[in-house]
Design a protein around this ligand. Structure first.
Ligand code: DX5
Ligand code: ZN
Length: 232
């Protein structure tokens, strides 16, 4: 396990009219990544932001941009997001005909690659692609909307994936981040970390709790303090 937890605020809950300011504020408050949710009204029943918005926020922050693609098909968007400054790109295996090829394509474009598992997606989907993964993103809600409730069956699934990652590393494999997305709050992040997550997305928990000056130091500090309890 990693010594400290990465926190990735999801800008899905940010004020889109002030996105540059919002990403600067989360970086200032210690965010490790910007989580960037891409929805296409096809793979998921919602429509959000694309490569142009990624490119627009890129100069505002130094931290990595973690692009979560909820789109189908996937491949055509990968070069566009890589060019727009994405650092990590994850996609849902159900949305790509050729998962292995899509994972390679992401790395070929210089980004870290990951697969996203929905609540009903079995862990076995990872079986033959461990070497191609830099991250596994485990959904703890069904994708499409911010502000949903954490699904408790995510916890045993997190433990199973954590054990598989550790076994992969023990057999000489590369490190793979384990990110959880959906319903992460100050009051459940400790048990999420205890179950094996090293990277936590938080959308409504962060952007719904601004400091008096509009920053996010208070909530980020609280998330980090609680996350640390899960490591001890
Ligand atoms: C849901 C998105 C999430 C979402 C999380 O489909 O992938 O990243 O923004 O929002 P919260 O933290 O509010 O559940
Ligand atoms: Zn997401």
């Amino acid at each position: 396990m990693t010594a400290s937890i990465r926190i990735a605020p999801s800008i899905l809950s940010a004020d889109f009219a002030r996105l540059g300011e919002e990403v600067r504020a989360i970086e200032k408050a210690g965010a490790d990544l910007v989580h960037f949710d891409v929805m296409d009204n096809h793979y998921v029943p919602n429509l959000t932001i694309g490569p142009l918005v990624c490119e627009a926020i890129r100069p505002h922050v130094k931290i990595g941009i973690d692009v979560h693609l909820m789109v189908e098909p996937v491949d055509a968007l990968i070069p566009l997001f890589a060019k727009a400054g994405a650092n990590l790109i994850t996609f849902h295996p159900e949305a790509s005909r050729h998962v292995d090829r899509t994972l390679q394509l992401i790395r070929d474009h210089g980004c870290k690659a990951g697969l996203v598992l929905n609540p009903a997606t079995p862990v076995q989907v990872l079986d033959h692609v461990w070497d191609r993964l830099d991250m596994v993103l485990l959904m703890s809600v069904n994708p499409g909307f911010g502000g949903q409730k954490f699904i408790p069956s995510t916890l045993p699934k997190l433990r199973a994936i954590r054990a598989a990652i550790e076994a992969h590393k023990a057999a000489g494999g590369q490190d793979i981040w384990l990110e959880v997305d959906g319903g992460v709050k100050v009051d459940n992040i400790a048990e999420i970390v205890r179950a094996g997550a090293d990277t936590c997305v938080a959308g409504s928990a962060v952007f719904g709790a601004p400091d008096a000056d509009g920053g996010y130091h208070g909530v980020m500090k609280a998330l980090r303090a609680e996350a640390a309890k899960g490591l001890s």
